[in-house]
Structure formats: C-alpha cells, structure tokens
Write a protein of this length. Sequence first.
Length: 129
Amino acid sequence: MHEKEQAELITVIADFLEMGHVENIMAMFKQDTSLYALSGELLRDERFMVRVGMAVLFEEMKAMRPQEVVLAIPALLPLLAETTVWMRGEAVNLLAIIGTPEALAYIKPLADDPEPQIREMVADILALS
C-alpha cells in the first residue's frame, strides 16, 4: 500500500470510529488483518472518540479472534516511548486488552514512568494479570 493510500485509509477508519461505526471497522479488520499494522497511527488521532473506538474494536476482536489482535503489537510499541502522555496511555490500554504475556511484558517497564497516571495504569494492569 502506498503512503497516500495508507493515509487515506487511516482517515477513513478514524472517521468511522469517531462516528461510532465500530462494526464496520470490525468487518474490515476481519477481512484484512494487515490493518492491525495501522493501530499505532490510529491511536495518534487527537479525537477522543477515535481512541475510544479503538479500545472497543480491540475488546470485540479479542473476544472473537484473540489470535489476530497480537498483530497490532509492533505498531503499538513506538507509542510507549512518546512524550505525549495520552499516547503512552492509549498504547498501554490496547496492550492490556491484547493481554498476552508478550503484550504485558512491554507494559512492565512503564511501571517506572515519570507520569503518575501511567504508573497507576500499569500497576492496575499487572495486578490483574
């Protein structure tokens, strides 16, 4: 996929998530698992409803196709190093939803994050696992 096509696809997915059309995006992800690679870019969207939609998407996909949600892990990892706190938090949240030992292992180092909210999220997640 070319860069322009990928940017357009990210915009379409984000717009649909903002409008609450998670079912449509679920159908797309079921049809094409390569879309998980866009997860990191989708979480960078400043619109809160897009990020909420991503969490809902991952919760639903985890329930239906747990073997596929792990495909998003490489796309989420760069967000763990972001200086923007909410981006780190969103990545931690999706990795927690994925919930595999691999995903949780990437969360553990953030137990010492400079941001108290991130530390609290990580402590809560690790306490439940």
